[in-house]
Ligand binder design. Structure first.
Ligand SMILES: O=P(O)(O)OC[C@H]1O[C@](O)(COP(=O)(O)O)[C@@H](O)[C@@H]1O
Ligand SMILES: [Mg+2]
Ligand SMILES: [Mg+2]
Length: 333
């Protein structure tokens, strides 16, 4: 098999297909390098003293794990001097992070969840990094939060890394979805899956069922029908998986189909669901659509939502098209 590296793939996209500008290619390479460094820290575990929690909380009021903070710092540092960005924003930081004046600046904005699946860090289950790239608005002088508040449809690139049995990088620049595997000996990302496609039909679903008593009626109905299996209206059995790392759940769905749900529920109305629009739902929705799947908040296409604030939460239904369309239709009845 001819080995194609991430750099070669991106150069091909840039030169042959003109689908990405050189600046964006270089930015993606910097993010890819940062993910390699994070992978290295994750892999050290107790030997690198990277496990466990800190005393601090992030803007979401969640206790920060050491690796949440380490990964955030790796991404900030790698991208600060790259010269391709105007500013960054992260799950772990309340405010945006403009590129300091001592570094060259570029025209892109980078948004990330530095470490996704924090509850799995200390138990050696797959975790990851999710990122999204936006273009800074025309005429922007000093970046502000408002410049980031663009619908997901405006993303120019999105991806995630999974730190699991293998370290993977899944990427879209709006021209399909490709997967790269980290060759740990060579230290390079190698293209291992081209043009990933999510099957439209599935018999597998992912939801945190411990929240069932709080769900709204359309989700109760949909899940009730799946659980009824051959004895219910669907006339077939469904299987359930829940890793509690969105990256790992989405990666499974990208490979063999399935529907992933994190709905809003009857609890705190100020928290519609758990996942964050800008750095979890939008990049994953972009990837899923590029792989032929569908992503909604139950009512609307996620990529059409106009963000109102950086750390906004949204309900998420994404994956195999037929199932996402069905649960979305239940919300419209
Ligand atoms: O604790 P729950 O309800 O299983 O939630 C799991 C979800 O929370 C998340 O871990 C949130 O991400 P963070 O770890 O980045 O906060 C998702 O990856 C995952 O799908
Ligand atoms: Mg997350
Ligand atoms: Mg996180």
């Amino acid at each position: 098999m001819k080995r194609i590296s991430l750099t070669q793939y991106l150069v091909e996209e840039q030169r042959l297909h003109h689908s990405i500008p050189a600046e964006l290619r270089l930015l993606i390479e910097v993010v890819g390098r940062a993910c390699k460094t994070i992978s290295h820290s994750v892999g050290k575990g107790a030997l690198g003293e990277v496990l466990g929690a800190l005393e601090s909380e992030n803007v979401q009021g969640e206790v920060q794990k050491k690796l949440d903070v380490i990964s955030n710092e790796i991404l900030l540092e790698a991208n600060e001097w790259g010269g391709h960005l105007a500013a960054m924003a992260s799950e772990e930081m309340e405010d945006i992070h403009p590129i300091p004046n001592r570094y060259p600046k570029g025209e892109y904005l980078l948004v990330f969840d530095p470490l996704d699946g924090s509850s799995n860090i200390d138990v050696n289950v797959s975790i990851g990094t999710i990122f999204s790239v936006l273009k800074a608005p025309e005429g922007m002088v000093e970046p502000t939060e408002k410049d980031f508040l663009q619908p997901g449809a405006k993303q120019v690139a999105a991806g995630y890394a999974v730190y699991g049995p293998q370290t993977l990088l899944v990427l879209t620049t709006g021209n399909g979805v490709n997967c790269f595997t980290l060759d740990r000996e060579m230290g390079s990302w190698v293209l291992t899956q081209r043009n990933m496609q999510i099957p439209a039909k599935t018999k597998e679903f992912a939801i945190n069922a411990s929240n069932q008593r709080h769900w709204h009626a359309p989700v109760q109905r949909y899940i009730g029908e799946l659980l009824a299996g051959t004895t219910g209206p669907r006339g077939t059995d469904f299987n359930m998986r829940w890793i509690a790392s969105m990256v790992a759940d989405v990666h499974r769905i990208l490979n063999r189909g399935g529907i992933f749900m994190y709905p809003a529920d009857l609890r705190d109305p100020s928290k519609p669901g758990r996942l964050r629009l800008m750095y979890e739902a939008n990049p994953m929705a972009f990837i899923v659509e590029q792989a032929g799947g569908m992503a909604t908040d139950g009512k609307r296409r996620i990529l059409d939502i106009q963000p109102e604030k950086l750390h906004q939460r949204v309900p998420v239904f994404l994956g195999s098209r037929d199932e996402v369309a069905l649960v979305t239709s239940y919300h419209q009845e």
